[in-house]
Design a protein around this ligand. Structure first.
Ligand code: ADP
Ligand code: ZN
Length: 597
């Protein structure tokens, strides 16, 4: 955009300049303007010595050396005979010659302006800077940067890497591969959520094999003008063929590759043309040409089936979110060049970050470094990681939020209740830390430290979770005889778990192993709109009864535990009010428990 906006400025400056000159020249009249009748009087009385008639304007000189001017009324055409008869010296200057230029300008000006505005908007939409380069591919010309990437930079997704090894081998030496009769896929589809490292993988392949790397995002293909996307595809592949062997990486391929005719509000011609062109290009590879197309998406379900047919993206590689070991390895990669303190245990951080993607972990490492440098530390310590993790997961601490003393006390009892119940229930993960520093929308928090990733949960674990969730409110009931709204989120989550236990997971004897509620949240796909199951009134009320019973049991269980450990409840609350945050080990020692291993 830079050079272009300079040009626009120049054009506008010129136009404005012309307008100013024009209006000045129109306005040049000799001297002060007087009424026409006055002028006639002056001529009558012989005071006018020289006259210049220019269109409708008359400039004249009086015998006492005054320059004056006046306008001739349209209907008056006796001026010349009159001046002649009075013997006044006069000249007539035709207006045309001098104003021809301006006449042309003023008749063309609107057109020039319109064309200018049109070009401007085209450019805006295009974002390019060559006048008519609509079809030019936005792919960066063979990104040389990727040569610094290797598989060592991609951690925690070993299976995905293993599946892609073959591609690297091929790119390194296509001819050798051919001799052995190997059949190489032209297209690889990487499937995984955002941030799981798909782009990184594609770059690492190029880096490992030492080949060129072209990248473009699917959304770049989809333009306002029909045909632009298709010509971009053509251009991209033409560039890629020249540089073969190489990799063409298409991010967000679902933006072009949705099944055709499936868009809301009818088809999208432009996208279909683009998709067709992509298919044509991929079919055009005859044999081992050395161009490998890698596409990334997190919505393989919406892709047009034509894309996944043999000869196109027939190789599909899952790029999952990392498990605990994976997270540990990714943290290893991203802390390689950071000075870590002695107390840092990356394993604990990996445990405490379930569900984090590679990008989240990279962000976490970065945030920790920032936190540490803000405190002028020489290295990053565990507390910096903790702080960064909490910030990434739950929003920034709101230390400045003023909380009344009694509310702080309520929160402390509430969290202490959670912590004690969690520590004393079986099948609940160990307590990591408890805090009453407000963060995000929560006033306090009890965090657990999962020992490993859970892909499914046992009934006993769920009941343990329910009991722990009830611990907060139970503590409030024991200490104060009023409730606060602080427990509403706990109750909501607990009710939802209990509901799932009864309705989806068949974990209840009275209702039995039925699946009753259609999953929510699929409504947008349209297909599932009609799938909601009908259940009888009688069964529905039985379900309600059972859900209520499960929650109530958990609540009573929590009450029992807390009543038995009333002294510890007071003690932990006191510590919380004093120190705001205490860690799991201290809770265990107050409860005289051994850490579980
Ligand atoms: P995607 O393309 O899947 O959305 P990216 O490849 O753009 O994700 O990942 C963004 C960043 O996250 C990478 O540049 C890298 O720093 C980090 N990252 C993601 N996955 C990994 C991984 N498996 N190993 C190391 N770093 C990763
Ligand atoms: Zn709570």
């Amino acid at each position: 955009m830079q050079p272009f906006s300079k040009n626009t400025l120049l054009i506008f400056a010129l136009v404005i300049g012309v307008i100013i000159i024009y209006s000045f020249s129109m306005g040049t009249k000799g001297g002060k303007e007087i009424a026409f009748s006055q002028f006639l009087n002056l001529v009558e009385s012989g005071q006018v010595v020289d006259v210049l008639i220019k269109g409708e304007t008359v400039s004249f000189l009086t015998n006492n050396q005054q320059y004056l001017s006046t306008n001739i009324p349209k209907f008056y055409n006796e001026l010349v005979p009159m001046l002649y008869s009075r013997n006044v010296h006069f000249r007539i200057e035709t207006n045309e010659s001098s104003s021809l230029f301006f006449a042309i300008i003023s008749s063309w000006l609107p057109i020039i302006l319109i064309v200018g505005v049109w070009v401007f908007f085209m450019k805006q939409m295009q974002g390019g800077n060559k006048m008519m380069g609509f079809g030019k591919s936005k792919a960066k010309k063979a990104d040389e940067d990727v040569q610094k990437y290797s598989f060592a930079d991609v951690a925690g997704i070993e299976e995905s890497k293993a599946e892609l090894d073959e591609i690297v081998e091929f790119l390194k030496d296509p001819t050798k591969f051919e001799k052995l009769g190997g059949k190489i896929p032209t297209g690889v589809l990487l499937i995984g959520e955002p941030g799981t490292g798909k782009t990184l993988l594609a770059k690492a392949i190029a880096g490992e094999a030492g080949v060129s790397f072209f990248s473009i995002s699917g959304s770049d293909f989809v333009e306002m003008f029909v045909g632009v996307g298709a010509s971009r595809v053509r251009d991209l592949f033409a560039q890629a063929r020249e540089k073969a062997p190489c990799i063409v990486f298409i991010d967000e391929v679902d933006a072009v590759g949705r099944h055709r005719g499936a868009g809301l509000g009818g088809g999208n011609d432009e996208r279909e043309q683009t998709l067709n062109q992509l298919l044509v290009e991929m079919d055009g590879f005859n044999g081992n040409e050395g161009v490998i197309v890698i596409a990334a998406t997190n919505r393989p379900d919406v892709l047009d089936t034509a894309l996944t047919r043999p000869g196109r993206f027939d190789r599909q590689v899952m790029v999952p979110k990392p498990d605990m070991l994976g997270r540990l390895q990714i943290l290893g990669v991203h802390t390689k060049n950071i000075q870590l303190g002695k107390d840092v245990d990356l394993k604990v951080i990996a445990q405490a970050t379930p569900g984090f993607t590679g990008a989240d972990l990279a962000n976490l490492a970065n945030e920790s470094a920032l936190t540490a440098s803000k405190k002028d530390k020489a290295c990053i310590e565990m507390e910096d990681f903790e702080e960064a993790r909490d910030k990434v997961m739950m929003g920034k601490e709101r230390r400045s939020m003023l909380i009344p003393e009694d509310e702080k006390r309520t929160t402390a009892y509430h969290e202490a209740g959670h912590a004690i119940v969690a520590a004393l229930s079986s099948d609940v993960d160990p307590v990591h830390k408890v805090t009453i520093i407000p963060r995000g929308r929560a006033l306090g928090m009890t965090m657990l430290l999962p020992v490993d990733d859970k892909f499914s949960q046992k009934k006993s674990q769920l009941l343990g979770m329910l009991t722990m969730m009830m611990g907060g409110r139970a503590a409030e009931e024991i200490i104060f005889d009023h409730f606060t709204t602080g427990a509403s989120n706990d109750l909501e989550r607990a009710t939802s778990i209990a509901h799932h236990m009864v309705c989806n997971w068949g974990m209840n004897e009275v209702v039995g192993p039925l699946h009753l509620s259609a999953s929510q949240g699929e409504v947008f796909l349209g297909k599932d709109l009609m799938r909601r199951k009908k259940i009888s009134q009688e069964l529905a009320s039985r379900v309600d009864g059972e859900v209520k019973k499960i929650v109530n049991d958990a609540y009573n269980m929590a009450m029992g535990i807390l009543k038995e450990h009333l002294n510890e409840l007071h003690e932990i609350t006191k510590m919380l009010i004093e120190r705001e945050t205490i860690d799991g080990k201290e809770i265990l020692s107050i409860l005289k428990l051994q850490p579980q291993e």
